[in-house]
Design a binder for this molecule. Structure first.
Ligand code: HEM
Length: 413
């Protein structure tokens, strides 16, 4: 790995910096690495994975808004290992890996289901789901909040929004969890790979039967919107219909689950901040943004230079891949004061946890609603969060990093 000069002269230009993004030590705590990159090698060719690493806030922000980059990337750069067959989702270009005009066509269809209005109408259902899940955990002694609450909440929410019948909810949940393992990169075992493949097949079968059902009996759910676009022919192919259904699970479940678990961890570790939120619940919105900024689950997004392109004084040759490090940008000391401090009242927070530009997270209004509602339910019912393990392990990959488990006691008073 070779450090190249950035816009600011690196203190150690020419020094070799070695970073393996799949190294467990990096996954457990990537922030010291990011800090060093921002200071010494803000635009770095990382031979280990064959992409340029861009780590400063300004360069990430500008890069994601630029049309010098294409989103057409390979599965391995997205964190999927080559050996897993992810069905239509693996074979078809979906939103995150398409450029205009396909991206505009697909985004226009999907956007309808994620408008802020549609999400705010759905908020009461999220409240019920959050309260139901939390009521079993609060006052129940030591629980793993991941296994009991945070991993399940986004799956139940998206199942309802999609329109998956309640009779299929248990299968849907198991398949969604199994499929997530395909994104663990080299950490995935052979057994997990087979289970992920079975899960995708089961989910595609379910979505195919619901497609036919919705074309005859339209309802007010996402599957109807997508099935109608498929019926139109010109708008969405059969493969794109199936791939988009699976994409919504892939993109939305683990990321949101990871953010909810991070919320419990951060508030358990910072009791003064939890108290501040209890005293001033209107801070729930800024607390949500702060959780996303400081421990957002998506640490990089990958693009490809369409032509020779300048980033901070470095020329990225045409065709080469660039990883924009959102996780680093969100801790950039030149943009955020005291970036490593968790402050629920931080305002404004123009973090990049949802990316920027045309590929900015489609599900951001939904994810925000889920985190805000979850925090509200926690504040209403839990007086104190006691972390049992101060240093829980991180799992996944830098593509989607989340806590493996968070052992806590949620006390009523
Ligand atoms: C806290 C939770 C979430 C985080 C941190 C997150 C993060 C992101 C990021 C960083 C991107 C940009 C990818 C890129 O630029 O290449 C993205 C895109 C996307 N996200 Fe999310 N996401 C979250 C939740 C969701 C949810 C709940 C859904 C839907 C159910 C969703 C659906 C999508 C889709 C479809 C895209 C692709 C958009 C496009 O390429 O046009 N996400 N997300």
């Amino acid at each position: 790995v070779t450090a190249l000069e950035g816009r600011a002269q690196p203190a150690n230009a020419g020094e070799k910096i070695t970073i393996d993004p799949f190294d467990d030590a990096v996954l457990q705590n990537p922030y010291p690495v990011y800090e060093r990159l921002r200071r010494d090698a803000p635009v770095l060719w990382n031979e280990a994975i064959g992409t340029w690493w861009v780590s400063r806030y300004e360069d990430v922000f500008v890069g994601l808004l630029s049309d010098e980059f294409s989103a057409k990337t390979t599965a391995s750069q997205l964190g999927i290992t080559g050996e897993v067959d992810l069905g239509n989702f693996g074979r078809t270009n979906t939103l995150p890996t398409t450029d205009p005009p396909d991206h505009i066509r697909l985004r226009r269809i999907a956007n309808r289901s994620f408008l802020p209005r549609a999400i705010s109408d759905f908020r009461p259902r999220i409240e019920t789901i959050a309260n139901d899940l939390l009521s079993a955990a609060i006052g129940a002694g030591v629980v793993d909040i991941v296994g009991t609450v945070t991993e399940t909440l986004p799956i139940l929410v998206i199942a309802e929004l999609l329109g998956v019948p309640t009779s299929e909810a248990a299968t849907f949940k198991r398949s969604s969890l199994d499929m997530m393992k395909a994104f663990n990169g080299p950490r995935m075992s052979a057994d997990e790979a087979r289970r992920a493949e079975t899960a995708v097949r089961d989910l595609e079968e379910l979505f195919e039967s619901l497609r036919i059902d919705r074309q005859h009996r339209p309802q007010s759910d996402i599957l109807t919107t997508l099935a109608e676009a498929e019926a139109d022919g010109a708008k969405l192919s059969r493969q794109e219909y199936l791939a988009t259904c699976v994409l919504l699970l892939v993109a939305g479940n683990e990321t949101t689950a990871g953010s909810l678990a991070a919320a419990v961890y951060l508030l358990g570790k910072n009791p003064v901040q939890y108290q501040a939120l209890k005293e001033e619940p209107t801070l729930v919105d800024s607390a949500t943004e702060e959780i996303l900024r400081i421990l957002g689950p998506v640490h990089w997004v990958v693009r490809r230079a369409k032509r020779d392109t300048d980033i901070a004084g470095c020329t990225v040759p045409a065709g080469q891949a660039v990883s924009f490090l959102l996780g680093s940008a969100n801790r950039d000391e030149t943009h955020f004061s005291n970036p490593d401090v968790f402050d629920v009242a931080r305002a404004p927070s123009d973090h990049v946890a949802f990316g920027r530009g045309s590929h900015q997270c489609l599900g951001a209004p939904l994810a925000r609603a889920e985190i805000q509602v979850f925090l509200g339910a926690l504040l209403d019912n839990c007086g104190r969060i006691q972390l049992v393990d101060d240093h829980p392990r991180w799992t996944g990959s830098l593509q989607s990093r989340s806590l493996e488990s968070v052992q806590v006691s949620l006390h009523k008073t």
